[in-house]
Design a protein around this ligand. Structure first.
Ligand SMILES: Cc1cc2nc3c(=O)[nH]c(=O)nc-3n(C[C@H](O)[C@H](O)[C@H](O)COP(=O)(O)OP(=O)(O)OC[C@H]3O[C@@H](n4cnc5c(N)ncnc54)[C@H](O)[C@@H]3O)c2cc1C
Length: 447
């Protein structure tokens, strides 16, 4: 089962996983002198503001991903990059520590997945462009065709997958790529009942809110730094506020993110001090509760069908777009160089998924450790002590700061983060600062 001259590919879903798969397929096919027809089925209007155009995400792009994309000729234009981040500020109940980018060039970009938060359409013309639209347009430039319809049914005709939409007769393809994300159960159900043994990955609900503060307030209160909060709130695993032009994006990750938890977050003094005095949560900020992957899928490929992106395997709690990029590239390489049978995907695509899954296991372990720091004031003080020590040692190796930077940005694997965190020097410093903080009075907040 090979893709040859004139073969056809259907991609269900035009988020990053779908469009990047199309881009890599078409680039590689051109190099191999194979003419390929690629159809991207995507009903969302990425040029629209609010939920109509948005694929619900924090919109942080790691530096390593931007560099990778640049080497592949995918250069994010200034209209897509809303802001750049060059530091993280870690806030605890007692103090704050600043973590600079390990190197000057290691900046992080923030983007909007659609054309901007709900309500931003009042600013005309919009000063920014959707990240997903940029990728979709690039795929179209490379020769893909965009069908603005949702896939509502799948069937097999003479062994080939056939795609059903409400607007056109069914079309059969040599390969079907499932890039439908994890946010709508009925879309995943289509693939689960397609008969290749696929079961969707395990997920939980997260929270994203776009808070309108105005560019000046964003600059004066947040600067070019992501603000990460180590709060002892049950079920909360990660909380951050990221500057994005006129907006501040709030991301909450955990097991059961609900309205009372969000309220509790906003009431925390360490959060209030990052926001303007007297600022009240808007009655209806642009917010959503998307699904986030926390466990693996079952059998995400079969003959002439393969899942990519969130519907397959992602990185735990970070760098989902980076993971989508990695799987899209591997999927294209497998399909064009090796073939599109179940065996081909098992041999040449699945190892990349397995690599991410192994790394995620370490991620789960690190988040379990993180829980210890959240719940113990003593450990929190020890941790902040080490970060401050490293800050004063500028020019020397700062393994713990580097591990934190990579955790928040997604710039490195959990394996590398664990290696940095568990270095004997880090453990020794942690032990020393924790022990010495036992004899210190509680400190007031301060950066
Ligand atoms: C709270 C939160 C914060 C996050 N923050 C970040 C971050 O800062 N950085 C980062 O890298 N990642 C982040 N992620 C992860 C990131 O959003 C995902 O990993 C990424 O969007 C996956 O891309 P995808 O293309 O697989 O899926 P999606 O982006 O969900 O795209 C799926 C697409 O498929 C389309 N579709 C669905 N069903 C059909 C159908 N039946 N027919 C046709 N089209 C269909 C949808 O309209 C959609 O456009 C975050 C996730 C969450 C939940």
């Amino acid at each position: 089962m090979k893709l040859v001259n004139g073969s056809t590919v259907a991609i269900a879903g035009g988020g990053p996983a779908g469009t990047l798969t199309a881009i890599f397929l078409l680039d590689l096919a051109a190099k191999m002198r194979i003419s390929l027809a690629v159809d991207i089925y995507e009903p969302k209007i990425f040029s629209a503001t609010g939920p109509k155009g948005c694929n619900m995400c924090g919109g942080v792009i790691s530096e390593s991903l931007m560099q990778l994309l640049a080497t592949e000729g995918i250069l994010l234009p200034p209209s897509v990059v809303i802001d750049t981040i060059n530091a993280y500020i870690l806030h605890t109940d007692e103090e704050s520590a600043r973590i600079e980018a390990p190197r000057q060039e290691m900046r992080i970009a923030t983007i909007f997945r659609g054309a901007g938060p709900q309500g931003s359409e009042k600013q005309q013309p919009l000063p920014w462009k959707s990240f997903d639209l940029f990728l979709l347009e690039l795929a179209l430039q490379k020769g893909a065709r965009h069908l603005p319809h949702a896939v509502i049914g799948l069937e097999r005709r003479e062994g080939r997958p056939s795609v059903i939409t409400a607007s056109a007769p069914p079309l059969s393809y040599d390969l079907l790529v499932g890039a439908v994300g994890i946010n709508q159960s009925k879309n995943l159900q289509l693939f689960e009942s397609f008969g290749f043994g696929y079961i969707r990955p395990q997920t939980t609900r997260a929270y994203v809110g776009e808070l309108y503060l105005g560019a000046e307030t964003v600059q004066s209160h947040l600067g070019h730094a992501m603000h990460v909060f180590l709060l002892n709130i049950p079920h909360l695993k990660f909380a951050a506020i990221t500057p994005k032009g006129h907006y501040a994006t709030l991301i909450l990750l955990g097991d059961q993110i609900d309205a009372p938890l969000v309220e509790q977050f906003f009431q925390a003094p360490e959060v209030r001090k990052c926001l303007p005095e007297g600022w009240e949560i808007p009655v209806q900020p642009c917010h959503c509760q998307p699904q986030i992957q926390i466990g693996p899928p079952v059998h995400p490929f079969g003959d002439r069908v393969v899942m990519v992106g969130d519907a397959c395997v992602s990185r735990l709690y970070k760098d989902g777009i980076g993971a989508a990029h990695r799987l899209a590239k591997r999927c294209a390489l497998t399909a064009l160089v090796h073939g599109v049978s179940e065996q081909d995907f098992n041999r040449h695509y699945w190892p990349s998924c397995r690599g991410l899954l192994w790394d995620n296991r370490l991620g789960h372990l690190l988040f379990a450790m993180d829980h210890l720091f959240r719940s113990s004031p003593l450990l929190r003080r020890g941790l902040m002590g080490v970060l401050k020590q490293e800050h004063s040692l500028s020019g020397h190796a700062c393994p713990l700061s580097s591990a934190f930077w990579n955790t928040f940005t997604g710039s490195a694997s959990y394996t590398r983060i664990a290696r940095d965190m568990l270095r004997p020097t880090v453990l020794w410093r942690l032990l020393r600062t924790t022990a010495s903080s036992l004899f210190q009075p509680q400190r007031g907040a301060g950066a």
